[in-house]
Design a protein around this ligand. Structure first.
Ligand SMILES: Cc1ncc(C[n+]2csc(CCOP(=O)(O)OP(=O)(O)O)c2C)c(N)n1
Ligand SMILES: [Mg+2]
Length: 562
């Protein structure tokens, strides 16, 4: 109770609150909240992971959050604040609960050309759900609670708090404060809003009447932890399931009702199935451009229903026949409880068609998936990972071709496997994988990135080694950013010049050697039959590992069909 407490420093209270919320790691570049770091050492077990850049610190916090469901915390002093903001953009796009602290201006000196200072706050506006300043030390407790509350509620997302002082020196000041935490807001989801019963009935009736319905499961299904209910519901009514990239781990790819990832970075069978459906059921999906291949899969006007925790998502891009507001797990459980199993029969023909689409896809890509080519075909890496990634692994995937190869060609085998992916930023995955492994040290973490993606934050190998955060990173190393190849061919009006390759290729590099020099395990793979053993060796090493795989620069991932 205020007025009855002894005075405490902001640093003591902030350290106690972060520990109280169950934060195990913070990711940052100093110097920010220095006194808080001293208090963390005295009072908590929080690991203070000091990185090589603020953007990668934000990506680590993001990977930590997506792997664990707990907010990931990252920090920067005033001069690093915009680097930190840049790193929040992927978390914002992916609805990941990241909390960013930065140092900021002091009213006593602002506008006097203080060293390193600009007004950073506006830069956080487009990438946060809440963007606020703490100007008086006594506001630390309520603002930190609001930060956690905002980051995990509704559709989760990033929050920024700027602490007064270029290094957030506000934390050395004292006030009468309590380090009160609200355990409910320590992870996603804090609430499971129950849907309206009549809305559930309307949606269920439509699904049961449909002859060719399909579910499109998005990131909201993974945030809700609703995979089990999704699969049970789909099995009961015999409804096939496509997922967004963000929702890929909602259903194992080997499940007979799974058609794969739909949209732009997708699998042909998913796009074909969605485009043949007579009713689309979006669950926890933004129905954005990536998932719908820019609203062509399905075409706007296809009969649709939508289930979401965020009311503003309902009907954004597709006119709807029914809407259900609620938590995905709760809604699916309610639909399952009321489902009429007998209605499944009318979908026999549809299910046969789905099986045919699945086999067609396998037949079309078998040669790539099982390719013995040297340099290695990237599809073969995906196929090896499908077979050999452990049942409890977290797979972390970069964007560009990495997203296309793995989104389309890799299958999760077990509901206990997780899949998280870059929402668009090249270079996200390696750093995010370090965060994921920090959050879940008992689970194997396998990162898939291209070489261009890996170059971005390669210095963080040293961070992973220093903290012994043993993620395994697979580099699809083709010596260039070859996703750009098609685009430059188009730009040159058909085929690019030889000189144009300077726009997207690099010097050859052996990343295994580099990794070894930085203290990690490095394994170079040049033949496809070596991939499985390399993965096994890396996972057993219990230290950070980089598997550098020499791949074919001419291999281009298949593009989306509509
Ligand atoms: C921050 C950012 N900048 C630029 C891009 C555009 N981009 C997408 S893929 C790509 C090249 C990817 O190269 P690499 O990681 O080596 O994978 P590859 O296509 O060679 O398999 C680029 C530059 C992006 N997605 N993100
Ligand atoms: Mg490349």
């Amino acid at each position: 109770m205020l007025g009855h407490n002894v005075k405490r420093t902001g640093a003591e209270v902030l350290a106690d609150m972060l520990a109280g919320y169950g934060v195990t790691h913070v990711f940052m570049v100093p110097a920010v909240l220095r006194r808080t770091f001293a208090e963390m050492e005295r009072r908590t077990k929080i690991a203070r992971v000091h990185c090589h850049g603020e953007k990668s610190a934000a990506y680590m916090a993001d990977g930590y959050a997506r792997a664990s469901g707990k907010p990931g915390v990252c920090m920067a002093q005033v001069i690093g604040a915009l680097n930190l903001a840049a790193g929040l953009r992927d978390a914002y796009l992916a609805h990941s609960p990241v909390i960013a602290f930065s140092g900021g201006r002091d009213p006593k000196t602002k506008f006097r050309k203080v060293y390193q200072e600009v007004d950073d706050v506006p830069a956080f506006e487009p990438v946060t759900k809440m963007n606020a300043t703490i100007d008086d030390v006594s506001r630390i407790p309520d603002m930190v609670r609001q930060a956690f509350r905002t980051s995990v509620t509704g559709a989760p997302g990033p929050v920024h708090l700027q602490f007064r002082g270029n290094e957030g020196q506000l934390d050395v000041e004292e006030a009468e404060m309590e380090a009160l935490v609200e355990a409910q807001f320590a992870r996603v989801p804090p609430f499971r809003p129950v849907p309206d019963a009549s809305a559930v009935k309307t949606a269920l009736d439509l699904l049961q009447k449909a002859e060719r319905p399909i579910i499109v499961a998005g990131g909201g299904v993974r945030a809700s932890g609703a995979g089990k209910e999704l699969v049970a519901f789909a099995e009961t009514l015999q409804i096939p399931v496509a997922t967004s990239l963000n929702g890929k781990d909602s259903i194992p790819g080997i499940h007979p009702l799974s058609v794969g990832v739909v949209g732009s970075y997708s699998r042909e069978s998913a796009n074909r199935a969605v485009n043949r459906a007579d009713l689309i059921c979006f669950i926890g999906s933004e129905t954005g451009g990536m998932t719908t291949h820019f609203w062509t899969v399905p075409a706007i006007g296809t009969p649709a229903i939508q289930i979401d925790i965020a009311p503003e998502a309902l009907g954004r891009n597709y006119p709807l026949q029914a809407t259900v507001l609620g938590d995905a797990k709760t809604v699916l459980a309610a639909m399952l409880a009321n489902a009429d199993k007998a209605s499944a029969k009318k979908r026999d023909a549809w299910i046969k068609e789905i099986a045919a689409l699945r086999s067609e896809w396998t037949a079309k890509y078998r040669a790539d998936l099982e390719s013995d080519a040297v340099p290695i075909h990237p599809a073969r890496i995906c196929h090896e990972l499908t077979q050999h990634v452990p049942d409890d692994a977290i797979v972390v995937v970069d964007t560009g071709h990495a997203g296309m190869w793995m989104g389309g060609m890799y299958d999760l085998r077990a509901p206990t496997q997780s899949y998280i992916r870059s929402a668009g930023h090249l270079g996200w995955a390696f750093a995010a994988g370090i965060g994921a492994k920090a959050a879940c040290p008992q689970r194997p973490v396998v990162v898939f990135t291209g070489d261009a993606g890996f170059w971005y934050h390669i210095a963080e190998i040293e961070t992973a080694v220093r903290w012994n955060i043993a993620s395994v990173t697979i580099v699809n190393n083709n010596g260039g950013g070859n996703q750009s190849k098609r685009g430059f061919d188009r730009a040159y009006g058909g085929e690019q010049t030889q000189k144009a390759r300077e726009l997207w290729t690099y010097n050859p590099m052996n990343f295994a050697k580099l990794a070894e020099d930085m203290g990690a395990l490095g394994i170079r793979v040049e033949r496809p039959e070596e991939i499985a053993a390399a993965l096994k060796q890396a996972l057993a090493a219990k230290r950070p590992a980089v598997i550098d795989i020499a791949t074919d620069i001419e291999a281009l991932a298949p593009t989306a069909v509509s």
